[in-house]
Design a protein around this ligand. Structure first.
Ligand code: FDA
Length: 525
């Protein structure tokens, strides 16, 4: 392959910088060999080392959490910005051959930056950036789409609606989230009470496995196909694309956003909301965002204003919702509304892949029994009046979420009333701000203990939280016994099956990070 002298020079410099890197296992990384191997199969212009001018801008292009670009964070040895499946296969084969691990990045929204960074200085890895693998092709006659992992949710929503205004897709409320990480971790959003998770609508996928083979649903087998729909893709391979079922939405939907201050009985309203929101008709999703002194009740109704007003009057009259609160629009515009809290922007904003960068720490939980009003009151008094208070997001389950068995996919949290997130984001640089925010989130989370999920205290894997535990090695592979500590909190009884799948598809534990699924030891199979 022809190579410009400048690129050759860059690669040479990179070889010098990187040649001493080691993987976290005992096998030393042969970074020189890795780069040589990559260069034989991939255009050098797609290989970005720290010595290339493009490295930093590419790295930062889809970093969502500034905590993971602070000094002291381990950055990738290099980034391969693939443009075709063969590049992914070659990177996996070269990585295996030369003991360089790989982290896959689709949209870069991992709460703990695992797709592009590590806080462990012993981790050495290359990043496979899938941002260019983002084609979306819609088969309108079958209500299906093939979507590349590098596409964003916003691009998928826009393309679905452009094909037919009555096509929607159940996925998250943030349009810049990447399809690759989101679908492989589950994918919850405003349509989930009606249609379940994104992963529930996946009907096929193309994966590169640890041998560098290109597999689809029939060639990967049912266990791997089960694991990548909620178990987190990073442990099992690289998912290149997904075939999904598009779901039916009406041409016109209705949204509202109703704010109630604390002194306007916001706590009483939240108390009631806990009991009614998971039992509302599936066409209605009603979430609550709480910040400082107010609660914001935000709804998506798959129907017109009249039907929404009738339902709210019958089921939640205390909120005082009226026709004046209704905003009717297309479903695709409702996805704009859910992110920007206004539908005044055109649907084209969904195509904007740029991220707002901030520091981020999230802790999340699930609630099985309504939290008593007095407890909500005291949490609010103790925590929400502080200037460093996080945004609290309450998202109801019920409906279709509840009717899918917990073992149908790796996502086991189907029976809870709602999910609870402390979403702390800030722009201020410096250690003092960081420590204040982290201690707020951790302290508030601790205080919530009596009222939330137990045995284990559960977490949704797409709301990654390294506080719940990280991997340790046993010999050359990740310890199953140690990983159970965090793994059963994400996956409950499904964790063991995920580990069994890992043993089948990646027994050498090539696809490894701080919270990757370990292989199941032979004695436990
Ligand atoms: P990223 O590229 O960082 O990947 C996340 C993880 O998946 C990494 O471990 C990565 O290696 C792995 N991975 C990525 N692509 C892969 C692939 N193709 N094959 C194999 N492994 C792959 N969630 C939700 O359910 N509902 C919501 O409304 C929101 N909202 C939201 C808002 C904001 C601002 C953020 C930052 C996050 C969310 N999320 C969310 C969480 C989101 O679903 C989760 O972080 C996803 O994993 C992000 O996927 P990305 O591809 O963007 O992340």
């Amino acid at each position: 392959m022809a190579r410009t002298p400048m690129i050759a020079l860059h690669l040479l410099v990179a070889l010098c910088i990187l040649s001493s890197a080691r993987t976290s296992s005992s096998a030393p990384s042969d970074v020189d060999g890795f780069i040589g191997c990559l260069s034989a199969a991939i255009p050098p212009s797609l290989i970005h080392t720290p010595a290339t001018n493009s490295y930093s801008s590419l790295l930062l292009a889809s970093v969502r959490n500034l905590r993971y670009v602070l000094p002291g964070t381990t950055r990738p040895l290099l980034i391969v910005a693939v443009t075709e499946p063969a590049h992914v296969q070659a990177t996996v084969v070269c990585g295996r051959r030369h003991s360089v691990r790989i982290r896959t990045r689709s949209g870069g929204h991992d709460y703990e930056g695992l797709s592009y960074a590590s806080v462990d200085p012993d981790q050495h890895f290359a990043v496979l950036d899938l941002g260019e693998l983002r084609s979306i092709s819609i088969d309108a006659s079958r209500s299906e789409a093939w979507v590349g992992s590098g596409a964003t949710l916003g691009e998928l929503y826009y393309a679905a609606a452009a094909a037919n205004q009555t096509f929607g897709f159940p996925a998250g409320n943030c349009p810049t989230v990447g399809v690759g990480g989101h679908l492989s971790g589950g994918g919850f959003g405003a349509l989930s009470r009606k249609y379940g998770l994104s992963a529930d609508q996946v009907i096929d996928a193309v994966v590169v496995d640890a041998e560098g083979r290109l597999l689809n649903r029939s060639t990967m087998g049912k266990d791997l196909f089960w694991a990548i729909r909620g178990g987190g893709g990073e442990s099992f391979g690289v998912v290149l694309s997904w075939k999904v079922r598009l779901v039916a939405v009406p041409e016109t939907v209705t949204v509202f956003s109703i704010r109630r201050l604390r002194n306007e009985s916001a706590v009483d309203l939240i108390t009631k909301w806990q009991a009614i929101s998971p039992a509302l008709p599936r066409d209605l999703y009603l979430r609550v965002l709480i910040q400082n002194q107010q609660a914001n009740f935000i709804a998506l109704f798959l129907g017109r204003c009249g039907g929404l007003v009738d339902t709210m009057r019958a089921r939640f009259p205390e909120l005082g919702m009226t026709e004046r609160d209704c905003q009717e629009m297309s479903w695709v515009k409702s996805t704009v509304f859910f992110f920007y809290n206004t539908a005044d922007r055109p649907a084209e904003v969904l195509l904007d892949r740029r991220n707002a960068n901030y520091y981020l720490k999230v802790k999340s939980d699930h609630v099985a029994e309504p939290i008593p009003g007095e407890a909500l009151e005291s949490i609010w008094t103790k925590w929400l009046e502080k200037p460093e208070a996080a945004l609290i997001m309450l998202d109801p389950y019920g409906g279709r979420m509840r009717s899918i068995p917990p073992s149908a996919t790796p996502f086991p949290h189907r029976d809870y009333l709602y999910q609870f997130q402390f979403f702390s984001f800030w722009f201020e640089n410096g250690t003092a701000a960081l420590e204040r925010r982290l201690s707020w989130v951790r302290g508030a989370y601790e205080d919530l203990t009596p009222y939330v999920s137990k045995n284990p205290r559960s977490v949704y894997v797409n709301y990654r939280d390294l506080d719940i535990g990280t991997n340790e090695l046993e010999g050359n592979v990740t310890s199953y016994a140690k990983a159970r500590v965090w793994g059963e909190r994400y996956f409950k009884g499904n964790f063991k099956r995920l580990a069994a799948v890992k043993s089948m598809v990646d027994p050498d534990d090539f696809f490894r990070n701080e919270q990757s699924i370990p292989p199941l030891p032979a004695a436990k199979r």
